[in-house]
Design a protein around this ligand. Structure first.
Ligand code: SAH
Length: 254
């Protein structure tokens, strides 16, 4: 009998963001794999074993889960947000591509979740109302020069940009350099949204501008959305501003 491996997106925060499909997949699993804090979000069920690992050990976790599933077990790997966005689903595919033939017999199901970019955008208004793209600022898996080239291309072409993995202790200078790079193509007044721990009880959302963004605090739980030339802020008395990108653009951007 071939085993089953569900790669389950938990959404950005607490239970409110867990889909019914994700809940079902977690309930079916005999074994759960994942980063410890993500596993802690899932209520324990009798007879279900858990293997917590460090956030960086994605390849190792994927191999362990595939080895466990191949002989016939029902396994789930959990991922924050959506498992296909800078997360476990690609890691599992990489390991299946490189691994033994038995891993190709595993019944793989990828269960989507609300990715951080969508959760942050929803809090701020409608910044992703027109064309947008997403970039991870981590240079662990690609050279920094490539990131700069993509920042140039995306901002020059008028995309709103969602920045995942903006900063960490091991990568302290990259975010400042990224803002400096974007400032070559965009005015200092361009709206920038910082969403931290969105969907959790310590959530914060802050709206600023590209000129002031360098001084705003950010960490690994922060997702940043940098507007395009079209993105606007509606100021409101006694309420948070609404940030939006109009759906239509009249002119081709030079
Ligand atoms: N698979 C995840 C992303 C993993 S990369 C997803 O789809 O959301 C990790 C990055 O996601 C973090 O550095 C941060 O930029 C972002 N992130 C994840 N959860 C977040 C949350 N609750 N609030 C804000 N950003 C979050």
């Amino acid at each position: 009998m071939s085993g089953r491996l569900a790669i389950v997106g938990l959404g950005p925060g607490d239970d409110r963001y867990l889909t019914r499909e994700a809940l079902h997949a977690l309930g079916e699993a005999e074994v759960l794999y994942g980063y410890g804090p993500y596993l802690d979000r899932i209520p324990s069920r009798g007879g279900q074993s858990r293997y917590a690992s460090d956030n960086r050990e994605e390849a190792e976790r994927a191999r362990a889960a595939l080895s466990h599933a191949a002989p016939g077990a029902k396994v789930a790997i959990v991922s924050g947000g959506d498992p296909g966005v800078f997360a476990m689903a690609a890691s599992v595919c990489e390991e299946i591509a490189a691994g033994p033939g038995s891993w190709r017999t595993v019944d793989v199901a990828i269960v989507p979740g609300i990715t951080a970019m969508l959760a942050v955008a929803a809090r701020a208004g409608a910044p992703l109302g027109h064309d947008f793209c997403a970039l991870s600022l981590s240079d662990n898996l690609k050279p920094w020069e490539l990131i700069e080239r993509r920042l140039d291309a995306a901002s020059g072409a008028g995309f709103v940009i969602a920045l995942y993995n903006p900063i960490s202790r091991a990568r302290p200078w990259q975010l400042g350099k990224a803002f400096a790079r974007l400032a070559r193509h965009l005015p200092g007044t361009t709206p920038v949204i910082f969403g931290r721990a969105v969907g959790r009880n310590d959530e914060t959302v802050m709206v600023t501008t590209l000129a002031k963004a360098v001084n705003a605090p950010a960490d690994m739980a922060t997702l940043i959305i940098v507007g395009s030339r079209e993105t606007r802020i509606i100021a409101r008395e006694g309420r948070a501003p609404l940030v939006y990108t109009p759906r239509a653009v009249e002119e081709a951007i030079a």
